[in-house]
Write a protein that binds this ligand. Structure first.
Ligand code: PLP
Length: 436
């Protein structure tokens, strides 16, 4: 398999190169050159999610140095359950929140971390991953890379701009993971990352890389839970469920479409968004337009200009083609609150604000239960107690893996948004250079 840039499709690279570069040199995003043909029968002997993952990802890694280690990467990628939970009314819930930071991003981050660590096994110095985070991504990346050999991670987050619980998830790391609180906003953190990448002293002293969500190494592994869940459904019911994916930057939804392209038994794919409108506006009008980001209760989906739109428009070049591939529905904060409030009575479930968008869309599109639904639960409600607890009227227990991460929380260095100050911490005392 080769990986092409969305902007220069005749520029193609191997899987390992795509993972290590992140972004293509022309600024485009890497996409697979084609999709393998894997009907449900191809998975006849695959029971576990790990074996499904290996079968599905094998063609994506052929001819690549990672092919040999793919079985062990797939074995290590989960290490936590991914149950499909029936909640009645022809509806099941794909629970992606049992990993260390209680959100679906753990899966992609763990695959990428393991792959990069293995590709750098023989390197003479570690690969340094720089991440700016507004909350959840940084925690998933830190957890995934923690104590992996030959890679180190520097996580920058805006002090006071993330929730208390998010901060506890960002600061519980040590060894090869360094977290730094920046006295500024998320954009300042992103600027620092960009400045480091462009700075000669940093470039010569560190092998810098990124692990953000546009890396194809986070997208491909996300196909595997859709594969496993849809095969389970197919074997039990003989139908292809409609899958509803709470979406922001569109990576998780795109992974679901990729799995369907490979032949997995997935029916309609519905992107549930919060009040941000880039996707629904495009499908309605045919004009793509970025919007100013609107803050909502489903914060991890607050995206006004989703990066994966570029991949969607590469594979489905017109609005009409994309309308054949997906449906998209917008959900307001009022509707999110209402679904969380009704969750315990109507579904015997406490929804988190992101998953609540999928529940609302399912109710809206099929009140009379005419087909099978699979709702993607992207996070555990305990990550968002400020929103969820008042609506359901009780405290939410924190799942054990997340509690472990939070218990390790400690104070971290604080800097102003200056590359100089970041350099002092990262290069410790060995830094006579003036980096500015
Ligand atoms: C990141 C995230 C999303 C949005 O996923 P995309 O791949 O960016 O569309 C939804 N829910 C939660 C909890 C998230 O962390």
């Amino acid at each position: 398999m080769q990986y092409l840039s969305t902007r220069t499709p005749d520029h193609s690279v191997s899987l390992s190169t795509a993972l290590q570069e992140g972004l293509a040199p022309d600024g485009g995003l890497y996409v697979p050159s084609h999709f393998p043909d894997l009907a449900p029968e191809a998975f006849a002997d695959c029971e576990t999610i790990e074996s499904v993952a290996e079968r599905l990802l094998r063609p994506f890694a052929d001819d690549d140095p990672l092919a040999d280690v793919l079985p062990s990467i797939c074995e290590a990628m989960y290490g936590f359950p991914v149950p499909v939970h029936e909640v009645g009314r022809r509806t099941s819930v794909l629970e992606l929140f049992h990993g260390p930071t209680a959100a679906f991003k753990d899966v992609g981050a763990r695959f990428l971390a393991d792959s990069l660590a293995r590709l750098n096994e023989d390197a003479d110095r570690p690969l340094t991953i720089l991440v700016a985070t507004s909350g959840d991504t940084g925690a998933a990346v830190a957890a995934a890379f923690w104590r992996k050999p030959n890679v180190e991670v520097i996580v920058l987050y805006p002090k006071g701009k993330v929730s208390a619980r998010q901060e506890q998830q960002l600061t519980g790391w040590s060894d090869n993971v360094q977290t730094v609180a920046v006295n500024g906003v998320f954009d300042d953190c992103q600027q620092l990352v960009k400045a480091a990448f462009q700075h000669d002293a940093w470039q010569s002293r560190k092998r810098l890389s990124s692990a953000n969500s546009i890396n194809i190494g986070r997208l491909l592994p996300q196909m595997t839970y859709y594969a496993h869940a849809s095969l389970q459904h197919w074997r039990a019911h003989g139908t292809r469920p409609t899958v509803v994916v709470p979406s922001g930057n569109l990576g998780n939804g795109l992974a679901c479409l990729y799995a369907r392209e490979c032949g997995l038994p997935i029916g309609e794919v519905v992107f549930a968004t919060n009040a941000n409108r880039p996707v629904t506006h495009y499908l309605e009008t045919g004009d793509y337009q970025a919007f100013e980001t609107q803050q909502t209760l489903a914060t991890a989906m607050d995206v006004g200009n989703p990066s994966n739109m570029e991949r969607l428009r590469y594979h489905w070049p017109t609005a009409e083609a994309l309308r054949d591939a997906i449906t998209a529905e917008r959900v307001t904060d009022d509707e999110i609150e209402e679904q969380i409030r009704r969750g315990p009575d109507e579904w015997d479930t406490v929804w988190d604000p992101h998953t609540a968008t999928a529940v609302e869309v399912r109710e809206r599109l099929d009140p009379n239960e005419n087909r099978d639904w699979m709702l993607v639960a992207t996070a555990h409600p305990a990550k968002f107690p400020e929103v969820v607890e008042p609506l359901v009227g009780h405290e939410i227990d924190i799942p054990d893996p997340l509690a472990e991460v939070m218990a390790r929380s400690k104070s971290v260095p604080q800097i102003s948004p200056s590359l100089d100050e970041l350099g002092d911490i990262v290069f410790d005392t060995e830094t006579p250079t003036s980096v500015s």
